[in-house]
Design a protein around this ligand. Structure first.
Ligand code: SF4
Ligand SMILES: [Zn+2]
Length: 119
């Protein structure tokens, strides 16, 4: 259960605004665009990746109290895909076979030729 950053009460994660204090939680009324909000005594930019790498050109920087583009500088920008090692090795083998298909056909033909010569 999510918490409202203003009144600290429990709210539904998909709520567009806090039902208690009417704090807006999503931008443009769209559930997929969260509005990140700073606590009363801090600014979002202090913890934002785009402030750290100096790529933000929003006018509210460095004193943003709410922002839709905030990204926590402690979290990676792109999440690593969770893959099991066996799935990874099967994918690698499939990729290798696809890439060396011609070589594999020649090897199979050589093996068949050697077997026919021996028999
Ligand atoms: S994206 Fe928002 S929170 Fe991040 S530095 Fe810019 S204004 Fe601040
Ligand atoms: Zn609230």
């Amino acid at each position: 259960m999510a918490k409202c950053s203003r009144c600290n009460r429990s709210i539904k994660p998909e709520a567009l605004e806090c039902p208690y204090c009417k704090n807006p939680l999503k931008a443009f009324g769209h559930p997929g665009i969260p509005v990140y909000q700073a606590t009363e005594d801090s600014f979002l930019c202090d913890h934002c990746l785009y402030h750290q790498d100096d790529s933000c050109n929003y006018p509210q920087r460095p004193y943003a109290k709410s922002c839709t583009m905030f990204h926590d500088k402690e979290k990676p920008l792109v999440e690593e895909p969770v893959n099991s090692s066996s799935r990874g090795s099967i994918t690698t083998i499939k990729f290798w076979i696809r890439r060396h298909r011609g070589l594999l056909i020649i090897l199979i033909l050589i093996i068949i030729s050697v077997l026919l010569a021996v028999i």
